[in-house]
Design a protein around this ligand. Sequence first.
Ligand SMILES: [Zn+2]
Length: 373
Amino acid sequence: MRYLHSLSNSLLVITIVLIASVFGSFHMGVHAVTFLDEPYEYHSYDSMTRLLKNISMDHADIMSLTTLGMTYEGRDIWLVKISKNVTVHEQEPAVLLMGAHHGNELPSYESLIFFIEYVVKSYANHTVDTFHDIKGAFDEDALRQRIISVIDAREIYIIPMVNPDGVEYGWRKNRAPNYGSFGNADSITSYGVDLNRNYDFNWYLPFLLPLSYMLPFIIRDSSWNYRGEHPFSENETKAVRDFVLDHPNIKISLSYHTYSEVILYPWMHTSLPTPDEELYISVGENISLLNGYDLRTHGWGNRDYLFPRFGGTIGTSENWLYGSQGILSFTMELCKTRAPTDPAVVLDYCMKHVDVNLYVALRSADIETRVVV
Ligand SMILES: [Zn+2]
């Protein structure tokens, strides 16, 4: 039995190595990837902060780490910039990548931490040897050449954890106290705002069409989708807003969430198409080729089926980034479950979105939206 047991273990290892090398060769030429401990452990705010500080110190020529402001509980909202001559604002075409608007959607920031470490170390031609539980060695190949051309000629801005207080508390909203739905209660009634309902685009429309926009739900301060007292009432959304207003070279934005393996694009409050429907489809279908996810407008199924004609979600970052700033903006709903812990699954979604992020960075040079801002 013992012999059989060790034989089956060996077969398992061989199978894993075979699967890993097939997967690895797809992306990076021949090299070994081995999967170690299970389950995969996601970063905390502190471990992410330590890692980002270390990488930026070792690679200060191409990566900077600055804070955009503080959360209610006093955590920094980190901004990573990756570009050659990183300290100079070169006005190169830029992309903005964001994770963890919702604190309980761990892959949304994990994929960005992975991306940062991967592209910075690959550019420097350092072996990437500490992917947490996943070890790999990265060779010179086509992917590295793409990384070099992106870092040389683009600016990549990343806010990996928009809502660190929510991440640490393990829930969707931030952790600022609410004093009733309109801020006029004498004492704290609940905690937290859904940050992805707090951006200022058609924010008052639900008062005109309360049922189309589920007003009774989004206005209740204890609800998961509570939208806040007024647009940009929260430190986190204000930090994103002020940063974006200072960086008009941003052309494309991806905001990562989980889950359902879909790519969503505006409008998110109406079934009417934007003036950039063709451009959205062009970029979105290329993203879809890279990650295999379905491209959809907001809501489920075909745009024609979104009912009523007006209705949907108000206050998303995508509607504001696009409708107010002219930035081509997508929601990326990662994964089949909220936070998978199988290391192979984690490596798969992380690697696919290295490709996706590089693609949108390259594509950002020829993006001119037609929306009137
Ligand atoms: Zn989300």
